[in-house]
Write a protein that binds this ligand. Structure first.
Ligand SMILES: Cc1cc2nc3c(=O)[nH]c(=O)nc-3n(C[C@H](O)[C@H](O)[C@H](O)COP(=O)(O)O)c2cc1C
Length: 229
């Protein structure tokens, strides 16, 4: 098994007393990996990536590869528009997950579960899992649905099942900031798109900010702590 010490780099430095201590000098690495058909989760992903970067992380914004046939995409205006708008975003690979200290996954609800495209990507991580390389990283998630009680929590909890199998450190936003009482989902940022009639709004952007900042803060603390032990 690759230990956390292997994942987290460590440098020697002097504190104010001149004592040599271990410290983390490189920014933490965050991979934001999402799937989105009609653009809602793509928009939330951008927010999370931007806020994580603003909080000091090195960020990779990545999408799960599409599995649907081109005819299905072309038949849905919003889906086709999102595919075109996100064409430049690289597709996630297992190497991106190995690279990251923290991974934040995003998915629309699909009958209360994650989208098959994201699941397919997660299923490609078996090789890393077998080598212990998914363990000791921070994981978190975000979701969207069409309706208010349409399955956001069950989608996030289904996603979080896999994180336990990874040996991951699950960091949910909880109600750690007043903004979380507005979006109301302690499991992860979530947005109700009302069948495309409710674009990503201030409430969801604030939830994205809180989650991104928390992931960077907790991951940095873990990295620093592990580097000093
Ligand atoms: C096959 C399928 C199943 C869905 N299941 C649900 C559901 O159970 N509850 C719900 O509220 N929305 C459901 N939706 C709607 C999407 O989860 C929702 O519109 C989401 O915000 C779309 O995200 P996107 O724009 O990033 O693709 C479903 C959509 C599809 C295509």
């Amino acid at each position: 098994m690759k230990s956390a010490m292997g994942i987290f780099s460590r440098n020697r430095t002097n504190d104010t007393n001149g004592t040599e201590t271990a410290a983390v000098s490189t920014p933490i690495k965050v991979a934001v990996v999402y799937y989105s058909s009609t653009g809602t989760i793509a928009e939330v992903s951008k927010q999370i990536a931007q806020y994580a970067e603003k909080a000091g992380a090195e960020v990779r914004l990545l999408k799960a590869a599409e599995l649907a046939p081109q005819e299905a995409i072309d038949a849905n205006t919003a889906w086709a528009a999102n595919a075109a708008a996100t064409a430049d975003i690289p597709e996630a690979t297992p190497a991106d997950i190995e690279w990251a200290d923290a991974v934040i996954f995003g998915s629309p609800t699909r009958f209360g579960n994650i989208a098959s495209q994201l699941k397919q990507f997660i299923d490609t991580l078996g090789g890393l899992w077998a080598q212990g390389k998914l363990a000791d990283k921070v994981y978190s998630g975000f979701a969207s649905s069409s309706t208010t009680h349409g399955g956001q929590e069950s989608t996030l909890l289904a996603l979080y099942n896999s994180f336990h199998h990874f040996g991951g450190i699950v960091v949910a936003p909880g109600y750690t900031d007043p903004a979380k009482f507005a979006d109301g989902n302690p499991y992860g940022t979530s947005h109700v798109d009302a069948q495309g009639n409710n674009p990503v709004d201030h409430t969801t952007r604030e939830a994205a900010r809180v989650q991104a900042e928390r992931i960077v803060r907790i991951t940095t603390a873990l990295k620093t702590g592990l580097a000093t032990t």
